[in-house]
Ligand binder design. Structure first.
Ligand code: ATP
Ligand code: MG
Length: 335
């Protein structure tokens, strides 16, 4: 059977805009959910400050970076003014306190890469992960949130890509696929690369916000309210962007030589970063530079098996966007 191929400038693709936008809208959390999150944060703040008056609580991750879909878990960081050498001790103490306050499923995971306490609040039904002094995550959350304020198409694209990744089982770092954080960086980079560009490179502009965390200087232009017309000379719609995003990762990206970098707003070479060889468990089969910790490749979790799974999924998604009569359904079919 010969299928007609859609092209990204063909009017046929514009027909996909409204079903894709409907999916995006169905994923946005309702306002009541935000209120419940604030309520839980206030409760936790009270409990933490009773024990550690100098500690501050910060939301990070998708509940704060604005890329959270409805019913997401929330991520909280407890920040102390001093360095904490034994995070386990703090987390175990915290787990005790939370348990005595009737929070449910309280569990301290002290050996995880990022040690946390998990809990479920029976009052709001919200689950939450609490970590200690992970301030870099608070700052990269802020960067993502600022990018989201510039052009609504980043929001739309990232919601659809995250929903696709969860539906297709390629959003699990413990299985060698990518984190939500990595997917959002891929979306930002992709929109920085459109011509005309849809997003600027905030770290390449005048510094208006700067903090140093764990010896890493995090600096960028954060007056994003001045940039709300930035992408207006590019008229691409969500369907064209979803089409081009998957086409890029399926058929265009140079996996052997290129690193995507939101920090520079461009592609850089693996050679330049010395990411050409495997060192211990660090492979660089898909390279996504962290915007602040530039030695960190978010693709390092991907191994020689999972890269095949991931690339096959990008190709499937691109082909669905190219040929399928109902991509807004087929794209998200459970694997
Ligand atoms: P989801 O909606 O799937 O929960 P999320 O935005 O909360 O998505 P996660 O991958 O759970 O994304 O990560 C939560 C936060 O932790 C990210 O927003 C980011 O601030 C931080 N983070 C996650 N992975 C890394 C990493 N490898 N390096 C640095 N920061 C990370
Ligand atoms: Mg999260």
């Amino acid at each position: 059977r010969m299928l007609k191929r859609r092209t990204d400038c063909h009017s046929d693709i514009l027909r996909l805009d409204s079903p894709l936008l409907a999916i995006y809208e169905s994923l946005i959390p309702p306002v009541e959910e935000k209120a419940k999150q604030k309520q839980l944060l206030a409760l936790l703040d009270k409990l933490v400050c009773k024990e550690w008056p100098e500690a501050r609580l910060y939301l990070y991750g998708s509940c704060e970076n604005s890329f959270g879909v409805s019913k997401s878990d929330i991520d909280i960081c407890v920040a102390f003014n001093e360095d904490i050498h034994d995070k386990s001790e703090i987390l175990l103490k915290l787990a005790d306190i939370l348990q005595s306050d009737n929070l449910q499923n309280v569990q301290a995971l002290t050996r995880a890469r990022v040690p946390i306490v998990k809990l479920m609040d029976p009052l709001t039904g919200i689950s939450c992960d609490i970590c200690v002094n992970n301030v870099l995550a608070v700052v990269n959350t802020r960067l993502l949130r600022d990018y989201a304020k510039i052009d609504v198409r980043l929001w739309q694209l990232a919601f659809i890509v995250k929903h696709w990744a969860k539906s297709r089982g390629v959003n699990a770092t413990y299985q060698g696929t990518l984190s939500s954080y990595a997917y959002v960086l891929m979306c930002i980079h992709f929109l920085q690369q459109r011509r005309p560009a849809i997003l600027p490179c905030l770290q390449g502009m005048e510094t208006t916000f700067s903090v140093t965390v764990d010896d890493v200087e995090c600096a960028y232009f954060d007056k994003v309210e001045n940039l709300c017309n930035f992408g207006s000379s590019n008229q691409e719609t969500i369907a064209q962007l979803v089409w081009a995003f998957f086409n890029y990762w399926a058929y265009i990206h140079d996996y052997a030589n290129s690193v995507i970098s939101v920090r520079t707003g461009s592609l850089i070479s693996k050679g330049e970063k010395d990411w050409t060889r495997r060192i211990d468990n660090d492979r660089h089969l898909i390279c996504i530079e962290d915007p602040f910790v530039v030695s960190h490749d978010l693709g390092q979790v991907v191994d020689k098996f999972s890269i095949k799974v991931l690339r096959a999924e990008f190709e499937r998604a691109a082909d669905v966007m190219h040929y399928d009569p109902n991509p807004w359904i087929t794209l998200f079919e459970p694997y």
